[in-house]
Ligand binder design. Sequence first.
Ligand code: APR
Ligand code: ZN
Length: 245
Amino acid sequence: MFSEKLITRLKNAYTVTVLTGAGVSAESGVPTFRGKDGLWNNHSVEKLATLEALEKEPDLFWQFYKWRRELLKDIRPNLGHYALVDCENYFEEFTLITQNVDNLHTKAGSANPIELHGNITKNRCTNCNDLTPVNCIEEEKEVPKCNKCGSLIKPDIILFGEALSQPVLGKAQEAAAVCEVFISIGTSALVEPAASLPYIAKGNGAYLVEINPEKTPLTENVDEAVHLASSEALTNLVIILDRLR
Ligand code: APR
Ligand code: ZN
């Protein structure tokens, strides 16, 4: 499953960085975005995940996000999420960067995941950045507005067309630049700026690994491609790391 070369690299690694995508949550029952039953396959849905939709059709926008939250309400972390929590114990510097907004890494116990695309379990004001707890708006029939300044609020996630938070992106780019091993897991490696992180790592000498049952545009550029589901690959990786200790 994993080459001797990777095992040696992990044995001697001080810093390891991981990037996760929707594929890691797929085994928790969370639909991916571009798979056969992907969320974005229904293009009108994709048009809703935008600031423009929030401004022009706030009712429809919030119906969509209340539906997405309903989908995510009862989901639980899977073995892949828990294996990534275990990985934190094997390396001096282990950084988890995620594109997922489903909060499953935090639910599983990962310390400080870098949430590049935000977190759907929080709400943020579009004007003053004030955070509003989800339960404060769940029952509301009206379009939720900021208690502080009265502006529109949105789930605390990056919408299509929105820029990422620079400090968050900077932290992720730094973790990619300094690591000795970079593992891209469950992502189609299509969406920037996350898709550039593996190349930053490789450009700085990291051993680049991809865990994904399918090929992606990244696959031909990695040092090692593991064509397995994330939970199977990661639980086996932790068994190997345990033996190395
Ligand atoms: N284990 C590992 N990988 C899997 C699994 C699994 N069990 N199931 C599916 N995959 C892979 C698919 O092969 C695919 O390459 O997960 C990937 C999911 O790709 P996308 O649906 O494009 O999701 P992601 O790469 O996370 O999308 C990035 O796009 O729309 C934005 O904000 C959204 O964060 C998201 C970003
Ligand atoms: Zn406000």
